[in-house]
Design a protein around this ligand. Structure first.
Ligand SMILES: [Zn+2]
Length: 458
């Protein structure tokens, strides 16, 4: 009976597809970190951040009680306190730039607060969680009025801090970076500073999970949605060259950028490790006509997704705090649902732990099989990988559906599976069963975009 019920459940999933199993073996550690998240700690974080009055990028930097300077020094102290509980496992960096622009009329120092937890065996591979600390009201240039920014984006900052608290109690193969960004509302400056910093450090960024507006569960239309979070990802790469686009238009890859396959991985984590909480993959870089710091990471060629609540309330974003005709406007802490925010934090934290203990996504993935009955994939050996798994799916399916182990080999021939009819990819698996995201072959899917060799014409 139970088996029949399970089969019926599988058949009822969208597209009839079972989401990619993110880890080849169910990992007790991922259940542990999910269980360590506490919504009340995030309530304290957001209360503290709202208490600085405004965190506008051009607000006071000298006061200890009001403005962006006080808020970022508080954040730095929080990271240092967390680090003390793990024997100094976090390094703190304050990458910054002096900015002028259409929304920054006078030169203004924009400072990110970044904590780095070095990986044990693969420290140059980096998983980044980010949120932005700056806030705004109706007039984006108003840097004196109270701008609580409780949900946009103290909620994201709280998720970053909670990730640091939980994950710093464990050790991981890859490096984890907890990034609190500034200058988002004035033009995504914190995202640019982070991307520049990552490049200067020579980091191989495997994933950026950008959390922006993640704590509200009551939408503008009155709908209450506590069971769903949206993960936005670009379909084709921002950094795709004209030659790569030409090949991709012909052979496919429109829905298989590294960021999209990162989103699929996050979706798989939710299915396996979170109760009553689902990822809605959105096939867009961001919400319609809007942006976030992940855009700057994509411009630098790094895989990145935007995570946002399932149902937004626009009366509570970018608004002067006021009551008008009985309607309350403003991004106040009353608009944050801490049980919901905790679920979003759990999703981030489980994803980071899974990625950081898995091997790096395979590189140099190639596929061939034109005018042949079989399809062949080959790839470079990934450091730390004990084995590999080749995945495929219908060209209209949202998730990877079929897979076959390649064992430790770096090539696999799929007999009697024609290249024309499916999309294909490959993941790497550690000896203890952690699995990487699936990577689509060629430059369209590669997780490391810089220095991709051009695909030879056939
Ligand atoms: Zn925001």
């Amino acid at each position: 009976m139970r088996l029949i019920a399970f089969a019926a459940l599988l058949a009822a999933l969208p597209g009839g597809a079972l989401a990619q199993t993110p880890a080849a073996v169910e990992q007790p550690l991922l259940h542990t970190v999910v269980g360590q998240v506490e919504g009340e700690r995030m309530r304290a974080d957001i209360t503290a951040l709202v208490g600085f009055g405004t965190r506008h990028t051009m607000s006071d930097t000298v006061s200890d009680t009001r403005g962006i300077g006080a808020a970022r020094r508080w954040t730095e102290r929080e990271f240092r306190a967390i680090s003390q509980t793990c024997g100094g496992c976090l390094e703190i960096a304050l990458p910054s730039d002096t900015i002028t622009g259409p929304r920054v009329p006078r030169p203004t120092e924009v400072v990110n607060v970044v904590a780095i937890q070095r990986g044990t065996s693969d420290p140059n591979r980096v998983i980044i969680i980010s949120g932005h600390i700056d806030s705004r009201v109706t007039d984006v240039m108003n840097f004196t009025a109270d701008a609580p920014g409780a949900n946009d984006d103290a909620s994201g900052v709280a998720a970053v801090l909670e990730a640091a608290r939980v994950l710093s109690q464990h050790r991981f193969d890859a490096t984890l970076v907890y990034a609190v960004l500034s200058g988002e509302e004035q033009g995504l400056f914190g995202g640019k500073i982070l991307a520049d910093y990552a490049r200067a450090q020579g980091w191989v960024v495997e994933a950026n999970l950008n959390n922006d507006i993640v704590g509200n569960s009551e939408g503008q239309s009155g709908i209450r949605d506590t069971t769903r979070v949206r993960v936005f990802s670009e379909g084709t790469k921002t950094v795709e060259t004209a030659a790569q686009a030409e090949r991709r238009r012909y052979n496919g890859g429109e829905v298989d950028s590294s960021s999209r396959n990162l989103a699929r991985y996050v979706d798989g984590i939710a299915d396996r490790y979170l109760a009553n909480f689902d990822v809605e993959m959105i096939y867009r870089t961001d919400r319609f006509g809007r942006g976030g710091d992940q855009v700057e990471m994509l411009r630098a060629g790094f895989p990145a997704v935007r995570i946002s609540e399932g149902a937004e309330n626009y009366d509570r974003q970018h608004q002067d705090v006021r009551t008008e005709n009985g309607v309350e406007y403003g991004d106040t802490i009353e608009g944050v649902d801490f049980d919901y925010l905790a679920q979003v934090a759990r999703l981030n934290i489980a994803t980071m732990a899974a990625l950081a203990n898995a091997p790096m996504v395979p590189s140099g993935v190639r596929i061939e099989g034109a005018v042949k009955p079989d399809t062949t994939l080959t790839w470079a050996a990934a450091p730390g990988a004990a084995g590999y798994r080749v995945w495929w799916r219908s060209t209209t399916a949202p998730q990877w559906t079929h897979s076959r182990s390649a064992g430790p080999a770096t090539t696999l021939v799929l007999k009697a599976i024609p290249i024309d009819d499916y999309f294909f990819g490959v993941s790497a698996i550690s000896d203890d069963g952690y699995e990487s995201p699936v990577v689509f072959p060629g430059p369209a899917g590669a997780f490391v975009s810089v220095g991709d060799p051009p695909v030879p014409a056939t």
